[in-house]
Ligand binder design. Structure first.
Ligand SMILES: *[C@@H]1O[C@H](CO)[C@@H](O)[C@H](O)[C@H]1NC(C)=O
Ligand SMILES: *[C@@H]1O[C@H](CO)[C@@H](O)[C@H](O)[C@H]1NC(C)=O
Ligand SMILES: *[C@@H]1O[C@H](CO)[C@@H](O)[C@H](O)[C@H]1NC(C)=O
Ligand SMILES: *[C@@H]1O[C@H](CO)[C@@H](O)[C@H](O)[C@H]1NC(C)=O
Ligand SMILES: *[C@@H]1O[C@H](CO)[C@@H](O)[C@H](O)[C@H]1NC(C)=O
Length: 945
C-alpha cells in the first residue's frame, strides 16, 4: 500500500450543511502562533530562537506579521507551511498556543448578505465604481436637504439628545474604529485627518487592494473613497457626524465631541484575516483610545480558548473598552452571536428598529397626486418621468417582460419601471444594462420596513408602499403612456417604521455555547441614516445591522466615560446594562423579548450617565444548565446622600427553542429558524424581598430563580428574564438572566428521529430498533444501506452520509473503522443480530494506523471543529459551528491519517464511525462522545475483481 502525503487538492469529500451556509465554514491563511514570554530573558530573542527551531521542522514558511508588544499579544502569524507540520511546532519551548488564521467576510448591511445576489445591485457589480475618480468635493458639493424629517430620531430613542443639550458630547474621549476605512474629506466628518481634526488618528493596515487572501500593504492613511468601502464611513458618522450649515440633513452623531481613530482592516473588496484584526486592536491600544468600536465578526459560537482572549484581556486591563457587533444572523436562532463579540471582556451589541424611516420624498403624478417614495436624496428634477408597467401580469416574470415594458419609451433615462413585488421579477442589473433604465420601483409589503441601497449602485431599486403602488398602477391603467411623475418637490419627510423600538429580526441571538449572555445590550441599528463616501456626490446612506447599533453603543460609552472618567470598562458596562430598558416582542407587546437576543435591553444613555445614585452588580446572570432552581447574589450600593429602600422584583421574558431551525414545523423556510417566543416564565424569589440601605452603604440580596415548567427539552429551550430593583425614589434597575432547564451534556447531539423537511432518502426503512438517523446511502442509487452495501468508488458510486446535529458539538470526527470493531456505539446504525461474512482489507496493518480516542481507525473522512484548541487533522478539518443538517459524500475512497498521510482504502469491509463530543466534556476521553456506528461498507473498487 502506498501512503502519500496530503496535498490540498486531495480533498474531494463534499461536506455540506444543508441548513447552514458556506459562510459558516471558514477559510484560513496560515496560522497564528502565540509565543511564551518566559522563553528568553531578552524578549526580542524569543522570535529569533523560534525561527531557528521552526526552520528545522517546517520546509518553508513566510512570516506575515510579528506581534512584539508583550503588553498585548506576543507571537506571529505565518503562512506557507505544510499543515501537517504545524502540530510539531506545538512542542517547541517558545510556543504557547497555535490557532488557524481564519478569513472573515467584510461587514455588510443587513439584507445584502441574505438576498439573492441578483436583486442586490452592489453585489452584482463588484468592480463597478472601482475606477471612479474621486471628485473634488468643492466641484461637486454634497446635497443640502431640508424638510420635516426627524433625521436624528435614533438618538432620541436612547436619550442621547438630552445629553447633547447638557453639552455632553464625548469631549476628550478617543474612540477607535476597526472598519473599511473612512472618507474624512466628508464635511460632516471634519474634512481632514490628523491631530486637531475630528478624525484625529488611525491607520490603513491593509491598502485598497487587500482582499483577505493576499498580503496587506499598510500605509498611515485610513482614507477610503471607494463606494463599496462605505461601511466604515457610515459607522464613523453614527459616532461623530456633524453636518455643517448648508450641507446634508442636519445629521448629528452620538458623540460628536469625541476624537475618532480609524483602523482600516478591509480593502475596497473582500475579507480580512485574524492577524490583521489583532494588529489593528494592538495599534488602537498603543494609540491610547478609550473605547474600540468593532462592527465586524463571524460565526463561531464558543467563547473559551478564542484567539482574541489575550488581546481583549490586555486591552481591558489597560482600561480600554471594546464594543463589538453581535451579528446579523437572527434568522438562524439561538447560539449564533458572532466572534469576537463573544469575548468576556467586550460588550456585544444587538439591534432594534429605528422609530422612523428618515428619507421619504413626494413626487407629483400627472393627475396631480402625491407619490411617496424612499430614496436617500430626491430624484433628479429632469423633466417628466414616464412610468412603464408589465401588462398583462405574467405568472413568471422574465427579463424579456421587463424589456418589453420599457420598449415604447424613447427617453430611457427618464423612465421608471414599476414592478409589483408579487411578480417576483429579478435580473434587474441585466435589465438596466441592456435598456439604460436605472429607476426600478417596487412596493415593500405592509408591515416590513423600507430598505434602500447605499450610493454607487448601477440602478436604483426604489421602495414605495403597497398603497402607492396601487395608486400608480391605477394611474397607468387610466392614462397609459401619458401617466408621468415629476420631481420638483425637494423636501424630505419621514414615516414611522413597522418595527420601531423592537428587536430587529436580523439581530443575532446568543448566548455563547458556554452560556454567557451575548449580546449584552441593544442599540438602534435598523435603518440608520449616516455618512457615506462623497465619491459620487451623494455622501449619505441608510443601512441596517448590528454594525450600526455598535457604534451607537461605543458613542454612548464615550458619553459615560466623559462624565465618569474614573469608571473601568466593566463598571461602564454594568451601568449601561442595569439602566437599560427591556424591549417587547413586535408581535406581542405584553411579552418581553428573550435576553438571548436583546441582552439587558435598549440602552438608555441619559440614565447611564446620570444614574450615579445607585449601582447594581453583577449586571447579568447566567444560570447555565439549570434543571432546578439556582441562587445568585446581587449587590446594591447606595451612592446617594439619603437612606433608600430597594424592592426586588422580577419580569419574565420569552422562552425560545433553539432547535426549530430545520424542523417540519418551520413551514415557511427550511433555511431559517422559526421564531417561537413563548410566555413561559421562570419564577424568582428574593431574600430579602426589600432592603433598606443607608447613604454610602451596600447590601447583598439572594435571588433564587426556578426555571419554567412545560418546556419541551428536545427542542433545546432557553428561558430568561429580568430581576428588577426599584428604589424608594422610583428609579428601577434590572439585571437580565438566562439559562436552559436541562443539562446539555445529557442531551443528544445527533438526532435519531428525522423531523426535518429535507428527506433525500427514505427507502428502505431501517430494521426495527435501528434509528432513522444518521444513515448511509449510495450516492448513485440513493438507496439506504440497512446492513451491508457495496460501493465501487467509480462513476460517483460512493458512500453518502446524512446526519442531523441538534446541539452544537465542539469537536466531531468521522472515522473509517474495521467492520468487526469492538465498539459499543451510543446509537448502533444496524441490527446487531445480523451476521455478515466479513472481508478483511488486505495489505494494511490496522495496529500501525491511527488510534484516536480509544478506537483504531483506517483514517478519518473529516473532523468538524466548533470550539477552539481542538486536535488538528490536516487532511480535512472543517471549522463549522456544527448545528444543522449535515451531509458528507465519500466518492474517492480516500482517507486521511492524523499525520497528514492520505491513501485510498483497499477492497474490504469497513464501518463508518461518527463521534460527537458532548457538551462540556474532555476531548481526549472516549466516554465524552456520543457515537453512531454504520452498517457494513463493502469496498469493491471497479475493475478490482
Ligand atoms: C481637484 O482639485 C485639484 C486641486 O485643487 C485640481 O487640480 C483638480 O483639477 C480638481 N479636479 C477636478 C476633477 O475638478
Ligand atoms: C455648552 O457649551 C457651549 C459652548 O462651549 C456654551 O456656549 C453653552 O453655554 C454650554 N451649555 C451648557 C448647558 O452648558
Ligand atoms: C395621451 O395624451 C394625448 C394628448 O392629450 C392623447 O391624444 C392620447 O390619446 C393620450 N393617450 C392615452 C393612452 O391616453
Ligand atoms: C461492548 O458491550 C459488550 C456487551 O456488553 C461487552 O462484552 C464488550 O466488552 C463491550 N465493548 C467495549 C469496547 O466496551
Ligand atoms: C503517517 O503514519 C503512517 C501510518 O503509521 C505512516 O505509514 C506514515 O509514514 C506517516 N507519515 C508521516 C509523514 O509521518
Amino acid at each position: 500500500m502506498r501512503l502519500t502525503k496530503t496535498t490540498k487538492s486531495a480533498v474531494v469529500i463534499a461536506a455540506t450543511c444543508i441548513a447552514g451556509s458556506s459562510a459558516e465554514a471558514a477559510q484560513t491563511v496560515g496560522f497564528i502562533i502565540e509565543l511564551e514570554t518566559t522563553a528568553a530573558s531578552v524578549m526580542s530573542e524569543v522570535h529569533s530562537s523560534f525561527h531557528r527551531r521552526a526552520a528545522s521542522l517546517l520546509n518553508t514558511y513566510t512570516v506575515r506579521h510579528e506581534f512584539t508588544n508583550t503588553d498585548y499579544f506576543f507571537g506571529l502569524s505565518i503562512e506557507g507551511a505544510e499543515e501537517a507540520d504545524i502540530s510539531a511546532l506545538q512542542e517547541l519551548p517558545e510556543v504557547k498556543r497555535i490557532w488557524p488564521n481564519r478569513v472573515h467576510d467584510r461587514p455588510m448591511q443587513y439584507g445584502m448578505e441574505a438576498t439573492n445576489s441578483s436583486s442586490s445591485p452592489l453585489l452584482e457589480n463588484p468592480t463597478r465604481s472601482r475606477f471612479l475618480q474621486p471628485r473634488n468635493s468643492t466641484t461637486t458639493p454634497l446635497p443640502h436637504i431640508s424638510g420635516t424629517s426627524d433625521v436624528n430620531s435614533s438618538l432620541k430613542m436612547v436619550g442621547v439628545d438630552e445629553l447633547h443639550k447638557l453639552n455632553i458630547t464625548g469631549k476628550g474621549v478617543k474612540i477607535g474604529i476597526l472598519d473599511t476605512g473612512i472618507d474624512y474629506t466628508h464635511p460632516a466628518l471634519g474634512s481632514g485627518f490628523g491631530p486637531g481634526f475630528k478624525v484625529a488618528g488611525g491607520a490603513d493596515l491593509v491598502g485598497d487592494d487587500y482582499t483577505g487572501m493576499n498580503m496587506p500593504v499598510p500605509d498611515p492613511d485610513p482614507l477610503a473613497k471607494c463606494l463599496e468601502g462605505g461601511h466604515g464611513t457610515h459607522v464613523a458618522g453614527i459616532i461623530g457626524a456633524e453636518d455643517p450649515e448648508g450641507v446634508g440633513f442636519g445629521l448629528i452623531g452620538v458623540a460628536p465631541g469625541a476624537g475618532l481613530y480609524m483602523y482600516r482592516v478591509f480593502g475596497c473588496f473582500g475579507s480580512v484575516t485574524d492577524d490583521v484584526i489583532m494588529a489593528a486592536l494592538q495599534r488602537a491600544g498603543e494609540d491610547g483610545v478609550d473605547v474600540i468600536s468593532m462592527s465586524l465578526g463571524y460565526d463561531s459560537i464558543w467563547e473559551a480558548g478564542s484567539l482574541y482572549e489575550p488581546i481583549f484581556n490586555a486591552l481591558a486591563a489597560k482600561g480600554v473598552g471594546a464594543v463589538v457587533a453581535a451579528g446579523n444572523s437572527g434568522g438562524r436562532g439561538p447560539y449564533f452571536a458572532s466572534e469576537p463579540s463573544l469575548n468576556p471582556s467586550v460588550i456585544s451589541v444587538g439591534s432594534a428598529g429605528n422609530i422612523n424611516f428618515a428619507t421619504l420624498y413626494n413626487a407629483v403624478d400627472s393627475q396631480g397626486k402625491e407619490v411617496e417614495y424612499a430614496s436617500i436624496i430626491p430624484l433628479e428634477d429632469s423633466g417628466v418621468h414616464h412610468v412603464a408597467t408589465i401588462t398583462p401580469e405574467p405568472s413568471w416574470c422574465t427579463l424579456n417582460d421587463m424589456k418589453q415594458a420599457v420598449e415604447p419609451f424613447t427617453d430611457k433615462k427618464n423612465v421608471i419601471l414599476l414592478v409589483p413585488n408579487r411578480l417576483g421579477c429579478y435580473a434587474f442589473a441585466q435589465f438596466s444594462k441592456e435598456t439604460g433604465v436605472t429607476q426600478i420601483w417596487q412596493d415593500t409589503p405592509d408591515g416590513v420596513d423600507f430598505r434602500v441601497e447605499p450610493p454607487g449602485a448601477a440602478y436604483t431599486l426604489t421602495p414605495i408602499s403597497s398603497k402607492t403602488l396601487d395608486m400608480m398602477m391605477e394611474g397607468v391603467a387610466q392614462d397609459g403612456r401619458n401617466y408621468t411623475l415629476s420631481f420638483k418637490d425637494r423636501a424630505v419627510h419621514d414615516a414611522e417604521q413597522p418595527t420601531k423600538g423592537t428587536m430587529s429580526s436580523f439581530s443575532s441571538f446568543g448566548p455563547t455555547m458556554e452560556m454567557s449572555l451575548k449580546p449584552q445590550l441593544t442599540g438602534i441599528g435598523g435603518n440608520i441614516l449616516s455618512t457615506w463616501p462623497t465619491t459620487d456626490g451623494t455622501g449619505y446612506a441608510i443601512i441596517s445591522g448590528t454594525s450600526m447599533s455598535t457604534p451607537m453603543m461605543a458613542g454612548i460609552y464615550a458619553l459615560v466615560k466623559e462624565t465618569n472618567p474614573h469608571l473601568s470598562p466593566r463598571e461602564i458596562k454594568e451601568r449601561l446594562q442595569t439602566t437599560s430598558r427591556p424591549l417587547s416582542e413586535l408581535a406581542d407587546q405584553s411579552l418581553l423579548s428573550t435576553p438571548a437576543q436583546q441582552g439587558a435591553g435598549l440602552v438608555d444613555a441619559l440614565r447611564a450617565v446620570q444614574s450615579i445614585g445607585t449601582s447594581v452588580s453583577p449586571s447579568e446572570l447566567s444560570l447555565r444548565d439549570s434543571a432546578t432552581a439556582s441562587t445568585r447574589k446581587i449587590t446594591i450600593e447606595n451612592h446617594s446622600a439619603n437612606t433608600q429602600t430597594y424592592v426586588i422584583g422580577h419580569k419574565g421574558a420569552a422562552a425560545v427553542d433553539a432547535v426549530p431551525q430545520f424542523h417540519v414545523e418551520n413551514k415557511n423556510n427550511i433555511w431559517r429558524w422559526v421564531a417561537n417566543a413563548a410566555g413561559a416564565y421562570a419564577s424568582s424569589e428574593a431574600l430579602p424581598k426589600s432592603v433598606e440601605i443607608a447613604a454610602g452603604a451596600k447590601a447583598t440580596v439572594e435571588v433564587t430563580i426556578t426555571p419554567p415548567k412545560g418546556l419541551e427539552i428536545s427542542k433545546m429551550p432557553l428561558y430568561g428574564g429580568y430581576v428588577t430593583i426599584k428604589s424608594s425614589q422610583g428609579q428601577e434597575w434590572s439585571v437580565p438572566y438566562i439559562g436552559v432547564p436541562y443539562s446539555r451534556a445529557e442531551q443528544d447531539t445527533l438526532a435519531t428521529t428525522d423531523e426535518t423537511l429535507f428527506k433525500p432518502v427514505d427507502q428502505p426503512e431501517p430494521p426495527a430498533g435501528v434509528p432513522v438517523l444518521p444513515y448511509l446511502f449510495n450516492s448513485n442509487s440513493r438507496k439506504r444501506n440497512i446492513g451491508i452495501d457495496t460501493y465501487t468508488f467509480g462513476g460517483g458510486d460512493g458512500v453518502a452520509m446524512r446526519a442531523v446535529i441538534v446541539q452544537p458539538s465542539a469537536y466531531m470526527r468521522i472515522d473509517v473503522v474495521a467492520a468487526n470493531v469492538d465498539f459499543n456505539a451510543t446509537h448502533p446504525g444496524f441490527d446487531k443480530e445480523e451476521v455478515h461474512d466479513l472481508r478483511q482489507p488486505k495489505g494494511l496493518d490496522l495496529e500501525t494506523l491511527d488510534n484516536e480516542i480509544g478506537v483504531r481507525s483506517y483514517g478519518a473522512l473529516q473532523t468538524i471543529v466548533g470550539g477552539h484548541n481542538m486536535p488538528k487533522f490536516p487532511y480535512n478539518e472543517w471549522y463549522w459551528r456544527g448545528y444543522g443538517d449535515y451531509g458528507l459524500w465519500w466518492t474517492d475512497g480516500v482517507v486521511g491519517l492524523m499525520n497528514g498521510t492520505t491513501y485510498a482504502v483497499p477492497d474490504g469491509d469497513y464501518r463508518i464511525l461518527i463521534r460527537a463530543l458532548r457538551f462540556g466534556q474532555d476531548v481526549n476521553k472516549a466516554e465524552s462522545y456520543e457515537s453512531w456506528l454504520s452498517p457494513v461498507v463493502r469496498v469493491e473498487k471497479a475493475g478490482s475483481v
